[in-house]
Design a protein around this ligand. Sequence first.
Ligand code: AMP
Ligand code: MG
Length: 412
Amino acid sequence: MITVEKALEIILAESQDFGVEKIPFMESLGRVLKEHIGADRDFPPFDRVSMDGIAIDYDTYKKGDITFPIESIQAAGAEQLSLKSQQNCIEVMTGAVVPKNVDTVIPYELVEIKDGKAELSTDTIKQGQNIHRKGLDRKQDDLLIKQNTIISSAEIGVLATVGKATVKVAKQPKVMIVSTGDELIEVDKIPLNHQIRRSNVYMLVALLQELKIQADTAHINDDKAILKQKIEGYLLDYDVLLFSGAVSKGKFDFLPEILEELGVKKQFHKVKQRPGKPFWFGAIGPFRINDMKIGNGNHKTTIFAFPGNPVSTFVGCLKYFYPWFRKSIGIQYVNEDHAILSEDFTFQPALTYFLQVRLQNENGRIIGTPVKGKGSGDLANLADADGFLELPADKTEFRKGETFPLIRYRQY
Ligand code: AMP
Ligand code: MG
């Protein structure tokens, strides 16, 4: 059985490129940018008034004038005016172009306006004040956003301002999420005593939505022939298959043998971890299945088959699928989240333990308090916690105050 570290290494080595697509910029939130974004013009693009007030020629003020007849009004969005007489002023609005023949803006707060004249009520005026000079923030063609940036609301604003109505982003993989099991019924049905609703699929769909992936879903009963036939079709149509269930030692856990019969190359089955030990991982392609050429011949399908216990599936997706996906779309992502254990904790088996914790921010220190559930089937416990502390396999005693890697699924 391999370690968690080795499993992740193998998985990351199987990352793949899904290409690039152009989409409307307002659909790009959370996607990964696949072009450099430069300034289309200087920022600001003209000498910009940065306070509502009056604009004067500083030399006139310097000669002793403090009263300036108002000549005109320069509004934002209007073409540049020109001061005709040096003795006068122009009222100017924030965001307007600084008029010609003026060089200093005095805010309304420091001016008294009466009978069409503005009188200064301050004697501390600096030449050039309250003018945001052309190109001060950024020059035309300066790099504003680097390729491979995850687009946040900040980048949306920058894309808008440089006129990028459509942007190049990493294409998302085509993902199929499959649940297995005769005991599972749909969410809107009333279960019989021996049945449960199929929750893992929706949990996985939601986890992928957080990555802006729209996955398809299917359910297959524990019937080997049907499983095999359906999966063969999915291997042709999808870049990724995420399975939940049917990879353990049960009489009806058919997935490992079916996947291998279909020619999927097993990379590993079982990882030294709890929960989620029976995790199966493999890939097929780029080549043919049963002599059928797949797609453009470059098609590859990567298979993450998580054990069906909800906590196993959940942590498996976060620990393994998330980094694989990030690497695939070009993000150099290393999880550097850590949290401090709030109390002593013991875990005997020589397995990496994913400890469910509730998180608290204490003066900038992230504290993780164990949320004791009833094991990997305790789905409700996920809702009580915020993340998992990854406790290393080579220790059994974990002390209060020690820091461990954190996989967080909830921000506060
Ligand atoms: P398995 O990995 O198929 O042996 O399933 C392990 C446990 O997880 C069993 O108790 C299943 O009923 C449960 N389980 C499997 N798949 C799902 C699912 N999609 N939603 C909720 N529970 C599941
Ligand atoms: Mg099952």
